[in-house]
Design a binder for this molecule. Structure first.
Ligand code: ACO
Length: 337
């Protein structure tokens, strides 16, 4: 019997970039009425990285992308598409992806931004998977990058303690997995969703057509992140649980098939509640929220790349990814590395 190559995409390499400046909870105690104890107990965050002056979103994205290309053994000239998940781009127009294309030396290819907030990387992975699976494109760069420190109100303790800056990236290409492989490598399932009913529970209300930037919008601080934290917390646990179960079902798997959970690092309590209900043991749950905070769309690819480079996540391991953020948008993926 001939053994056919499966039409499937695979993560060929990953990379990440974190700016060097560390801002600890103790630093924040000097800026707003908060405490290390409150932040650690409510979120699991101890410190986060903050981009220095002059460093912009596309710089961080390009650094992560170059690392991912090196790891994949793919040259920038071979890229057929660049997808940049971000809600904190260089500027409203053009796409940050256009600057990334220039900075990494990629050729003319479609390059666009994707606004799904914390779910941006999973959305990008799903889109890249469709193009590669259908044979239309070969090599796609998916980046998740956020420079949230420049859209935070550093006098608002309810938001400024949560987020950090950084970038993560993956290069996807065709899998050479065959039907006869017992455990074929590649993207095994993806699912993405949006429900606008909670669109105003997490938003940056200024700077668009609703509230064009003016002295008045700046006085009202509409250029900053505004959030109803408890609304997001409740829906995050519910939807991440549902989408994780859905991802397993779509891939024809059960919890015992999962080697690693690589969940969006929003809040340790959200992750703990989801994984305890999916019933995956704690030692299989990757975490870095204590060191990097919530980096939104960059969260999953940073976490994944750190663990690939540390030799923890290995070729052939099965990873469950899940994320939820503003929109609200959420999604999941199961990838055999
Ligand atoms: N330091 C000290 N006290 C604070 C702080 C702070 N940084 N922030 C809020 N408080 C106070 C509040 O004012 C309130 O005081 P009060 O009781 O006197 O009114 C008290 O702490 C409790 O506030 P809550 O908002 O009820 O705190 P909660 O336990 O819900 O935790 C948090 C807040 C951490 C934001 C939580 O709701 C959460 O994680 N929500 C999910 C939101 C999230 O992660 N968003 C990120 C983007 S979306 C995503 O990535 C999933």
């Amino acid at each position: 019997m001939p053994s056919h190559v499966l039409p499937r995409s695979r993560i060929l390499g990953t990379g990440h970039y974190l700016p060097p400046t560390v801002r600890t909870n103790l630093d924040l105690e000097k800026m707003v009425d908060t405490s290390d104890t409150w932040i650690t107990e409510r979120t699991g965050i101890r410190e986060r990285r903050i981009a220095h002056d002059g460093l912009v979103t596309s710089d961080m994205a390009a650094n992560a992308a170059k690392n991912a290309l090196d790891a994949a053994g793919v040259r920038a000239e071979q890229l057929d598409m660049i997808i940049v998940g971000t809600v904190t781009g260089d500027m409203p127009m053009p796409a940050t992806a256009a600057f990334v294309q220039q900075k990494i030396g990629a050729p003319s290819c479609p390059a666009f931004d994707l606004s799904a907030a914390c779910a941006g990387f999973v959305f990008g992975l799903s889109i890249a998977d469709q193009f590669i699976r259908t044979g239309q494109l070969r090599h796609i760069l998916v980046v998740g990058v956020e420079l949230l420190s420049r859209v935070l109100d550093w006098t608002d303790r309810s938001t400024c303690v949560l987020f950090g800056d950084g970038a993560g990236a993956a290069v996807l290409g065709p899998s050479d997995a065959r039907e006869s492989d017992a455990k074929p490598r590649g993207v095994l399932s993806t699912a993405i969703h949006t429900d606008g009913a909670l669109a105003t529970s997490l938003w940056i209300p200024g700077g668009g057509s609703v509230n064009p930037t003016s002295h008045a919008t700046v006085d009202q601080k509409l250029q900053y992140v505004h959030m109803k934290g408890q609304d997001i917390f409740k829906v995050a646990v519910k939807n991440l649980l549902a989408t994780s179960r859905d991802a397993l079902e779509r891939a024809g798997m059960t919890k015992t098939d999962i080697d690693w959970v690589c969940a969006h690092q929003a809040n340790k309590r959200i992750i703990d509640q989801v994984v305890s209900r999916v019933e995956v043991p704690a030692e299989k749950v990757l975490m870095n929220i204590d060191r990097v905070g919530n980096t939104s769309s960059a969260s999953i690819p940073i976490l994944l790349d750190e663990n690939v480079r540390a030799g923890r996540v290995k070729a052939g391991d099965t990873v469950l990814m899940c994320a939820l953020g503003a929109g609200i948008s959420w999604g999941s993926a199961i990838v055999r590395m």
